[in-house]
Each structure stands twice: as C-alpha cells, then as structure tokens.
Ligand binder design. Structure first.
Ligand code: FMN
Length: 207
C-alpha cells in the first residue's frame, strides 16, 4: 500500500492557546461521522511533527530529552473512521508528514479489548497511539532514560489534546490497558513499546 501524503498542518489557527487550555477536558463520546484527513494531519503533526532544524537536527513539536526523539506516533483507524483512510494501523512519518500502513485490516476490536473494553476506545473513529523506542533515550541517559520517555509521551499527548480542543473535537487520554494485549493488537516491532492511547473524534450531535 502506497504512503498517504497528509495535508499541510496549520500553524495559524483561530483558537488561542489559552482558549484551548481552558476548554480541554477528557471527552469520551463521539459522533459516527468520520474524521477528515486534515484533522488527522493536525493531530499527528501536534504529536510528533517537525518544526525547525537546529544544528542539523530536525526538531519536533514536543520537547525531547537531548533531542533523542524516542516517540513514534501511530494512528488506528476504525472501520469508516476517516473518510480518506481504510481501517487499520498507520505509522506517522514526521519527516515526510505522511502515513505508512503499519498493519492492514481493522484492529479496532482488539485495540478496544486491550484497553480493557473501554467504551471511549470502542466509540472513537480514530486513536492516536504513542509508542517509544526507549533505547534511543536510555543510551544517552542510562539512569533517567525511562523517566524521560514517559515525560515526553505526556508532552506529545497534551499537544494532541489541545489540538482536539482547538478544533472542537472530542478526545481523551487512555493509559489503562493490558501491555501484552496492546502489544499483540498493534503488532509493533519488539523495540517499540506502546505508552499512551488518545481516542479522538467529532462530538456527538446531541451533546
Ligand atoms: C496518565 C493518564 C491515564 C488516563 N487513563 C484513562 C483511561 O484509561 N480511561 C479514561 O477514560 N480516562 C483516562 N484518563 C483521563 C482522566 O480520567 C482525566 O484526565 C481526569 O478525570 C481529569 O479530567 P480532565 O481530563 O477532563 O481534566 C487518564 C488520564 C491520564 C493523565
């Protein structure tokens, strides 16, 4: 399957950062309407997109200890979850700002079960999955690498949730899952550990 180019991310939204902070909340219900590719592009860019180059290193939207950049963002798309995307698991390529198929075919039921059957995951048209290759950071920081990676996941997750707030999308951080079941559901390479789920979608019409 060919990679999917994403629309350029916006950097001049009409919502102030203060407004996004003030209106962010964990919202766990979603419309059945599919997400637009522009929404997906903005969410993934907020998680791990590129911003600028410093000393030859491509810097990202979320800070990283020693610019080691251990995080990898994935997008799980439920059946009919995004108008432009088939159901399955995609890997976000920050450098090319595009999606690559990681796993074809729906994994939505398995992902929901791995998240202990939580309705917020079941109902979401798409879920941003933050995973990490922690060795990248541990090599540079043997004593504190694990801690730093978890801190970074928090930074990236908050970016995603603030974009949800600014675009009037619903979203919720999900950290309650079974590690082994999640690993099996996603089928990621062994060096990557899934750390955080961020189910996102449009608000239900009757809210
Ligand atoms: C690390 C972490 C893990 C969380 N895991 C879950 C979860 O598995 N399921 C869920 O519904 N909410 C989860 N939440 C959301 C919290 O319940 C929510 O942030 C808290 O109730 C405060 O509400 P607010 O986010 O609306 O301010 C998690 C939040 C954090 C920070």
């Amino acid at each position: 399957m060919a990679p999917i180019d994403l629309p350029d991310p916006g950097t001049h939204g009409s919502t102030s950062v203060e407004r996004a902070i003030a209106t962010r909340a964990s919202r766990r219900s979603f419309a059945r309407t599919p997400l637009e590719l522009a929404d997906v592009a903005q969410l993934l860019w907020a998680a791990q997109g590129l911003t600028h180059v410093r000393d030859g290193v491509e810097m990202r939207t979320a800070p990283s200890a020693g610019a080691t950049y251990p995080l990898v963002a994935f997008l799980e798309v439920a059946p009919d979850g995004c108008a432009a995307l088939e159901a399955g698991l995609y890997r976000y390529d920050p450098r090319k700002h595009r999606l690559e198929f990681e796993r074809e075919g729906p994994i939505h039921d398995d992902l929901t079960e791995a998240a202990l059957g939580q309705d917020v995951v079941r109902a979401a048209p798409a879920t941003v999955v933050l995973a990490a290759d922690a060795d990248r950071t541990r090599r540079q920081y043997p004593d504190h690498g694990d801690r730093y990676v978890h801190m970074e996941a928090g930074h990236a997750a908050q970016n995603v949730l603030l974009v949800c707030a600014s675009r009037e999308l619903h979203g919720c951080p999900v950290g309650a899952f079974d590690d082994a079941d999640l690993s099996a559901a996603l089928g990621l390479p062994e060096r990557l550990e899934a750390l955080y789920l961020l189910p996102c979608g449009r608000p239900p019409a009757d809210r």
